[in-house]
Design a protein around this ligand. Sequence first.
Ligand code: BGC
Length: 696
Amino acid sequence: MSLRYPHIFAQDRLDRGNVILDGNRFLLANGHIGYRGTVEEYGREEMVGLIIAGVYDQYQDSWRENLALPNPFLFRAYKEGKEISIRTEEPLSHQVKLDFDRGVYTRRSSLSKLIISSSRIVSHDDDSLLFTRIEVEAKEEGEYELVYGIDTDINEIHGPHFAKQIIENAANRLCFKGKTNEGKILFVSAEYRGFAGIYQKEDGFFHAKLELKPHQKLSLEIIARVDEDALGEIPNDRYSVLAKASIQAFARKWGRCKVIIEGDAELDYELAYSMYHALILGDEKRIRSIAARGLSGQTYKGAIFWDTEIFLLPFYVLANPKIARNLLLYRINTLPGALAKAKSLGYEGAYYAWESQDSGLEACRADNVTDPVTGETVVTYFGTKQIHISADVVYAFDRYIEATGDMSVLKEGGDKVIFEVAKFFLSYSTVDDQGIYHINDVIGPDEYHERVNDEAFTLALARRVMRILGKYVDPKSLSQEDQEIYNRCVEAEFASPQTRNGVIAEFDGYFDLEDIDVASLKKRVKNPQDYWGGKHGIATHTQVIKQADVVSLMALCPEDFDRESMERNYDYYLSRTEHGSSLSASMHCLLGAKLGKEKEAYQFLRNSSGIDIRGAEKLYAGGVYIGGTHPAANAGAYLGLVYGFLGLKEIEGRVTFDVHLPRRIHSVKLRYCVGKEVYEVTCDQRGVVKKKEVRV
Ligand code: BGC
C-alpha cells in the first residue's frame, strides 16, 4: 500500500487478507447511498455492499438493521468456461485507487488473458445515482464471455430483508424491485451500455459472447439508481458527463471545509482522508442522521449513537450547517420514540435510544455482546442505562445555536426536546435528605463499568441540560403543570462526584477499584476478542476504562473547569484508558491541545486521523462484527485540529481562534461556514495571519 500525496489512497498489489477492510477504506458515498470499495467480480463473501441510509428492516426476531441492496455492478469475464478474475488467479499487477478529492474509485488488474479496469462514482450531484465505466482489454485472441447485471446474492448480517423480489428486464435495462419484511418497496435499476449482451432469465444476468483480438478494448457503462417507493428515470447522459457533474458537486462540498496543512504532508493527507469519510455521510436534502459506521455496512444495525451529536455535528456546523441542522431535526422527529422509551422504563420525559434508527425506538438489545468462546450472551445494559445520550442531544442543540445563532430549531421542536430531556433527568434522579439530586445506576461513556452511581460525565451533562433549559425555554410557554416541572429542573442541585487530590472519580467508588494500568491489565487477556466490560470482563473490577469519560467531559465543557483540575485529570486517566473505542483519541487530543501537551495531543490527533487508513481497529468485540469506517473518529480528528490546535470557539454566531500549532506544522488554511457565508482563515505559528470571505 502506498500513501500518495495529494489525496489519492492507493493500493498497488492485491491484499487478499484485507478485502473486507478495503471495502471500508475505498468506500464511496453521498449521504444517501454508499458503495463499498470492492472490485466488480466480487460478491457476497467479499462483502460487496450497496447501502442505503435511513431504511431499516427486521427479519423474524433477529436484529433490526439498515438495508443492503442488490449490486448493479456485478461483472465477470470468462474464457473457455474459466473465470478470468482476481478471484481465480494471481494478477500480474493490480491497482486500486480512491481519489478522495473527487470521490472517484478506480481499479486496474492485469490478468492472464485480460486487463480489467474500471472507474466508479456514487454521485454527489444526484444522490440516487451511481455509475461505473468498465473496460476490458484482451491479451489473446478468442471468444470471451462477459456476464453482468444485478447481483441479488448479497451480504446481509441479519437478513434476508427482502421478503419478495423480482428482476425485470427491458432491452439493456434491469430493474430489481424488492419488498422488505416490513413492507417497504425499494428499487435498484440500471442501464448497461456497451456489450450488447443477451439477458438470460435463468440466472438473471446479461451474457455477451465476443470475439476479441489482442489489445482490443471494449467498454461497458452502467448507470444505476436507487429508489424508494417509486421508480425513477435513468438519465441518458454518458458516464463522463455524469462524472463531471458529481466531481463539481463534490468540489463544492469540499470548498466549504477544505483544510490545507503546510509543513506536515502526512497529517494533511490523513486529515483529508478522514474528512472525506465524514463528508460523504451528510445529507442536505433529507432529515436523517448518520450511523456509527456510516454507509460502510450493517455494523451496529446502522444505528445512530451519541457519536453524531458529539463528534459529527460540530464538524458539520463548520462544514455545512444545513446538514448539522438536519441532524438536530432528526432528533426532533424521533422525540416520540424517546418519550416512548422513557415511559416503557417507568420514567417521564425523553430518553433517547442508545441505538436509534428511523423511528427513534431503542434498537439496542441486551444480547449486543457475545462471548467469543462459549457463544453465550454477555448481558450489557447499554440500551437501558447509558442515559447520557439524552443530554448529548441537548448539548448538541446548544452547540449548534451558539455557533450559528439559528434559534429556529427551537421553534421547530427543539424547545420540546430540551424540556422533555430535562424532565427525564429529573425523573431519573433520586433526591437525598439534603435535597441533592443523585443519578444512580447508569453507564457513562466508559462502558466497561456498568450500573454505577453518580457518574461524573452524566451528572455534569444533566446539570448542563438544566442550564440549557433555562437559557432557551421560556417557562411562560408551558402549561401550569409543566411550569412546575420546569422550576424543579432549573433549581435542581446535582451531586458533585467524589474527588481525590483534585482527580474526579469517574463514579462513586471508582478509587476503591484495583488500580492497574492498561499495559499490565492486557496481560490478563485470554482471547483477543474478549469483551473487557460486563459482569466478567477483565476491566470491570479495575480502574481501567474503555474510553475518555472525565476527559471527554473536560474536552466538551472546558469552561466548567480550571486548568489545574484539567491537568490532574488528564494525567490520571491517561494510563488508565484503554482507548477501546475509536472515539477516545480525539477527546484526548482536544484536552491535551488545550493544556499545551503538544506531543501527546499531536499523537492522539494522528491516532484519530489515521484510523481508517491504518485499519487496525478491532473487527470483533465480544464475538460481534464491528468493522466499518469510523465517522466519529474521522470527524474527531478534524475537531482535534480545529478546536484543539487552532483553538476555534463559537459564541453567538461569531468565531474566534486561539492558535497553538505543533512546531512541525508551518501553517493551516481552513475554510469554514458561518451560516451561508464561507470564510478562509490562514493560521501559522504566530496565530491568525489572514482571513477572508470566499465564494464557493
Ligand atoms: C463506544 C460508544 C460508541 C459506539 C458506536 C462503542 O464501542 O463505546 O461510545 O457510541 O461504539 O461507535
